[in-house]
Write a protein that binds this ligand. Structure first.
Ligand SMILES: C[S@@+](CC[C@H](N)C(=O)[O-])C[C@H]1O[C@@H](n2cnc3c(N)ncnc32)[C@H](O)[C@@H]1O
Length: 257
C-alpha cells in the first residue's frame, strides 16, 4: 500500500503515467488552478481516485497538512520554475516517510543550454546558446505559446531558472537523501531535431555519427527496459533530521517554444 504525491503535477502526469503504479492513494499538487481542473477531468475519465491540492510546492508541507508519503514524484519541466532548490529539497525531505523515495524525472540541463529552437535562417547544428550552470537568476521568456505549444492570449512572459546537475543532486544530498544511481541518456520521447531517428523501442536519437550527449533520461519504472534513472535510498533508522531518502530521477526533453 503506497501513498504517493505528485508535486508540480500539471494536468498530464497523474494518474496516467504513474511512476508509482502500486500506489493506493495518489495526491497531485500544482500552483495552477487550470492544470488542476484538467487533471481532475483526466482522473475522472480514467476512473482514478486522485486528490488534487492547489498550492505552491514551497508550501506543500502545510498544504498537505503534514502528511508524509512513500513516493514523492516531480519533474519534466518542474525544477526550472523553482528559484530555490535547497528550499525545494527541504520540502521533499519533509514530505517523505522513513523509507520513502523521491522519483525525479527531469530535462537534462545540457538540453536547455543547447539551442532550443532554430531561429529563421539558422541551422539545426547543436551549439551552446545558454548557461548550463545556475547562478545568473531568472531567465525571462516572452512567447505566444505556452510550454505545451498551446496559444496564449497575447504574449506571455514566464521566468525560469537554470539548475545544473550538481546543484540538483547537491541540494538533495544536503537534505540527507541518498542518491544511488544517476543515469543520462541521448534518447528523447519525441524528435527534437529533424535528424533524429526512431529507435525500435519508440524513442528518438541522433544518428550514430552525431556526438553522444545527454538530452534526456527517465526514471526506471517496472516493465520499462530502457529507462535511465537516478535512484537512491533513505535510511529509515536514522532520525528525521539526518535521514536519507531515496532519489530516483532522470531527465526528459523540454517542449520547444
Ligand atoms: C511542465 S509542467 C510539469 C509536468 C509534469 N510534472 C509531468 O510530469 O508531466 C510544470 C508544472 O509546474 C507547475 N508549477 C510551476 N511552479 C510551481 C510551484 N511553485 N508550485 C507548484 N506547481 C508549480 C505549473 O503550474 C505546471 O503545471
Amino acid at each position: 500500500m503506497k501513498d504517493a504525491t505528485y508535486s508540480t503535477c500539471n494536468a498530464t502526469s497523474a494518474p496516467r503515467r504513474s511512476p508509482s503504479p502500486g500506489a493506493a492513494r495518489v495526491t497531485g499538487l500544482d500552483l495552477s488552478l487550470k492544470s488542476l481542473e484538467e487533471a481532475r477531468q483526466i482522473a475522472a475519465d480514467a476512473e482514478q481516485d486522485v486528490d488534487y491540492v492547489h498550492a505552491n510546492v514551497y508550501d506543500a508541507v502545510d498544504a498537505l497538512q503534514g502528511r508524509q508519503f512513500d513516493v514523492v514524484y516531480t519533474g519534466k519541466g518542474a525544477l526550472c520554475y523553482l528559484p530555490d532548490l535547497q528550499q525545494w529539497a527541504k520540502v521533499v525531505h519533509e514530505l517523505l516517510k522513513p523509507g520513502g523515495a523521491l522519483y525525479l524525472v527531469e530535462f537534462h540541463p545540457l538540453l536547455t543550454a543547447l539551442r532550443e529552437v532554430s531561429l529563421p535562417g539558422e541551422s539545426d547544428d547543436l551549439t551552446l546558446r545558454a548557461d548550463y550552470l545556475e547562478g545568473r537568476g531568472a531567465i525571462a521568456h516572452d512567447s505566444t505559446v505556452s510550454y505545451t505549444g498551446d496559444e496564449v492570449p497575447g504574449r506571455q512572459r514566464s521566468y525560469e531558472w537554470h539548475h545544473g546537475l550538481g546543484e540538483i543532486v547537491t541540494s538533495l544530498v544536503g537534505e540527507g537523501l541518498h542518491v544511488t544511481t544517476l543515469r543520462e541518456s541521448e534518447v528523447l520521447p519525441w524528435p527534437r531535431w529533424p535528424a533524429m531517428q526512431q529507435t525500435p523501442e519508440g524513442w528518438w536519437r541522433l544518428p550514430d555519427d552525431a556526438p553522444r550527449i545527454p538530452y534526456c533520461s527517465r526514471s526506471r519504472q517496472p516493465g520499462r527496459r530502457d529507462s535511465p534513472t537516478i535512484s537512491g535510498s533513505r535510511d529509515a533508522s536514522r532520525p528525521r533530521s539526518s535521514r536519507c531518502a531515496p532519489v530516483r530521477a532522470g531527465c526528459v526533453p523540454r517542449t520547444d517554444r
